[in-house]
Design a protein around this ligand. Structure first.
Ligand code: ATP
Ligand code: MG
Length: 371
């Protein structure tokens, strides 16, 4: 692999976006997008996901900072000169054109020869499993089929990067799950970079090579789905990704943490002695035991059957709430034990940023190697 293959296809360098009314909607955001990967921007409404896509597509300019494409600054390159295409949430298809002409639209603007247009459109339609639908009107298609026309229309231009802004949010749950699978397959077959926006954490976990978790114009954490699920760096990320039990604690020393009135063995280190921390334990990492063999004891407050498991809520004597996902049922009002492994305890430093987290981990690993 040469140096150019290693170079990120897109890079944001301290990009800020403010509007005239003074609102800063992106705050010195930096990240790298590598070629051929599936990225997801995940975060609550208004956090700046669409703004990032608009800046990449060239519909807007940053207020400060640099946007690189293939190593060159593109801040002022107009949208139609960028090797990027967007699939919008409402698809923005042309209702008066049939499927073929919707997909052909961009090629016609480029005045491509009819024979080439036909080849390319049919190939794009084959890619999204819509061969044979060329003459259909847009109004005669289902939601999922419209979605696929919108994707065909974007990929027919052979962009290097495809931007997808919540493309599945209008579909019902079953179709949505099918389309998640199809989109992921399509990205692998095309081998181009996808940047996908969603506020649905399950969708992000299922589809992505890498997720950027956003909050209020900043990226809180970036990483693979497993990284982010298993090692959330702060309360916001832990809360946003999956169900979590989050309680206040104290790092007594390396490998020893105190919460809910007890001291437990854990696998974390690199904190100050007695540093206040937050503890995350996932509901599926807790096990219901007899009270005498539990590491904690809780009084069961409620129980719901969720199809695959029971969701049990209980309170410990310190008043902390604990959610358990268990295949065993409990009885409301009874006291039960909670069992968990040292690895199930995730320790988070208060308000730590991703860079601070990485630095602390590195310093800790280096000191551990010396021991
Ligand atoms: N043209 C504009 N002028 C002023 N503020 C804007 C403009 N466009 C967007 N904003 C603000 O920028 C912030 C981020 O908007 P953005 O559309 O990027 O959010 P989002 O993460 O895509 O949200 P959603 O999930 O609701 O689509 C919001 O607070 C929004 O009100
Ligand atoms: Mg948006």
């Amino acid at each position: 692999m040469g140096a150019s293959a290693e170079q990120p296809i897109i890079r944001f360098e301290r990009v800020t976006k403010s509007y005239d009314d003074g609102e800063t909607v992106l705050k010195e955001v930096s990240f790298e997008i590598r070629r051929g990967q599936f990225y997801t921007l995940l975060g609550p409404s208004g956090c700046g996901k669409t703004t990032i896509l608009r800046l990449i597509a060239g519909f807007q300019e940053p207020s400060s900072g640099e946007i690189y494409f293939d190593g060159k600054v593109i801040n002022r390159v107009p949208a139609n000169e960028r090797q990027v295409n967007t699939v919008f949430q409402d698809y923005a298809l042309f209702p008066h054109l049939d499927v073929f002409e919707n997909v052909a639209f961009g090629l016609r603007i480029k005045r491509m020869k009819q024979a080439d247009v036909e080849n390319k459109v049919l190939e794009a339609l084959r890619f999204v499993n819509l061969k044979g639908y060329e003459k259909r009107q847009i109004t005669e298609l289902s939601g999922g089929q419209r979605q696929r026309v919108a994707i065909a229309r974007a990929i027919v231009n052979e962009p290097q990067v495809l931007l997808l802004d919540e493309p599945l949010s209008a579909l019902d749950l079953k179709l949505r799950t099918e389309m998640q699978y199809e989109l992921r397959e399509l990205q692998r077959r095309l081998g181009i970079t996808f940047i996908f926006v969603t506020h649905d954490q399950e969708e992000a976990l299922a589809m992505s090579d890498e997720i950027f978790v956003m909050k209020e114009g900043t990226i809180q954490q970036s990483g693979t789905p497993t990284d982010i699920y298993d090692e959330p760096i702060n309360r916001f990320v832990a809360d946003f990704i999956g169900e979590s039990n989050i309680v206040a604690g104290q790092m007594v020393r390396d490998y020893e943490v105190r919460f809910a009135g007890h001291t437990f063995e854990c696998v974390d280190g690199g904190f100050r002695p007695d540093e206040p921390v937050e503890i995350v334990i996932r509901p599926e990492d807790l096990e219901i035991t007899p009270p005498e063999s539990g590491k904690l004891v809780v009084k069961v407050d409620s129980q719901l059957f969720r199809g695959v498991h029971y969701e049990i809520i209980g309170y410990d004597d310190a008043g902390n709430e604990w959610m358990v996902h268990s295949t065993k049922r409990a009885t409301v009002g009874e006291r039960v034990g909670l069992g968990f492994d040292p690895e199930a305890i995730h320790v988070m430093r208060f308000g730590e940023t991703e860079e601070e987290f990485d630095r602390r981990l590195l310093a800790y690993e280096e000191s551990a190697n010396e021991r």
